[in-house]
Design a protein around this ligand. Sequence first.
Ligand code: G6P
Length: 596
Amino acid sequence: MCGIIGCFGTNGVAEPAARSVLEGLRRLEYRGYDSAGVAALDGCTLVVRKDVGYVDQVAVRFELEDMTGTVAVGHTRWATHGGVTQGNAHPHTDMAGRIAVVHNGIIENYRALRDDLTDAGVVFRSETDTEVIPHLLAMAMADGCPSLAEAVRKVCARLQGSYAFLALSADGGGTMVGVRKDNPLVVGFGDSQIFVASDVLAFGPMASRMAPLLDGEIVEVTMAGVRFFDVYGSELAKNSDAVDIVWANTDRNGHPHYMLKEIFEQPRAVCECGAGEDDSLVDAALAILGARQVVFTACGTSRHASLIGRYFFSKIARRFADVVMASEFGYFARSLNPQTVVIAVSQSGETADVIAGVKLARQAGAHVVSVVNRPACLLEEMGDHVIRLGCGAEVGVAATKTFTCEVIVFYLLAHAMVNRLKQGRANVERAGELLGELLQGLNGGLWKLAADLKGRDHFYYIGRGVNFAAAMEGALKLKEISYIHAEGMPAGELKHGTLALIEPGTPIMAICPNDETHAETISNATEAKARGAFIIGVSDLPSEVFDYWIKIPAVSPLLYPVLLIPPLQLFAYHMAVARGCDPDKPRNLAKSVTVK
Ligand code: G6P
């Protein structure tokens, strides 16, 4: 939610920082895309250009590419406080225009701070929570703070909420300072430029090494180089790691959208998922087996993957586990204890609700297993055990390959619980191969189906067992990128209310592969068809009830979701395109939801 990046040219090379910042902003757009802006230090002058729109739209309108100077900060916004207006776009500056700030997160006590600042004569130019920061920094400097880093440290003591922000001061030849609390910030080291950004993805190809900041740590970049400070202001030594080139690659490889590319990456991702994670899987499996209660917590697509995971635990390892959506997790905190294992699932590893739940779990002494994709994320820092999906950067806002890989991780974890990891892996590899063959053959048919159904207003997705969670995910994909109302539900629930909504022609996706759920789901589809529904069957078996058949291959029964979700993703993709929507940037959404 909001992406920030700063760039500081360190050796006098005249490469304009704004250009690198702009490149970084394009790579951070998955975090928000309603407005964008850049502040660049040109000589002694701080130049700010910002507006509503996608990064490239603002770049063209304001010639961001041509901004000169070797120091710059930039922002791509997902509005929280204040509407989508030019004034509310970042960067925000102090009254003298000498300090610019870009921020990701929410300053919860901004109203009180704003009142104090207004009483002190500050005139605000935006409705944002962020704007208090440059004014507070300017005041701290005016009060005699010896450096911008020290001013940032002092100001942070007054801020409540979660934040990662960058401040750029025009004084003293330029100073850039970054700090974080509960939101990520990573420092990147290039040949002649230092970067500080929300994510390594932002500076991936431009930097060879990286060092994530921890909560409260401060990074200061000046012409003299980079320094790190702890929360007390003492200087810190920090190690850096090599930037993972594979992770940093955000090429679309000729696909019109990231989502399509990521859908087609799944066969390979499935086969490679969890490679090198055997020790983590076994350790986590032992922790789960030793626990009194096991709870998954996650949001959105990761929650749907967790719902499938709980069936695996029960079916394969006879272990009951609950799934609590992360935004509700806190309300169950009293039932957590040291005998609880919390499996926290988040591809980004920074979803605010998940992080908040894990904090509560840790306070209660529970054991935490973090399942993440993005390297060096917050959730990785917080886990007693960490299992990495390892499927590379996912840029499309709608999660695709990370969902499938989360499902695979839970399948492997359940097999590790019964000491059959090798068998689990063999099954997964077979599923990956089958998925590759399936996707090649399906694309055209799904495109046509989408063209036929693009005018429908409501879709229902039904399934039982693991396929019920798959139904929820299929429906989520459709609604988030094509803006069609879609509901996923257990097939057996249809007649307890939703059947009243079925009219002649209402499309129902009946997810009924050849497993223990097949016959009963077909019965439920037949009941809906009797009321006029248009039945799209997703199965390896044909049925008379199907008006359209999305044919998938047979696979080991519990792995059906791995074969049937990608076609549903592809269907949603074609629906979005057919309806003129941008599947990579759905309205009002962002990929990393770092606010509660
Ligand atoms: C947002 C995204 C979804 C994602 C969810 C959880 O809502 O738009 O695609 O599933 O966050 O994200 P996470 O990174 O925690 O898996």
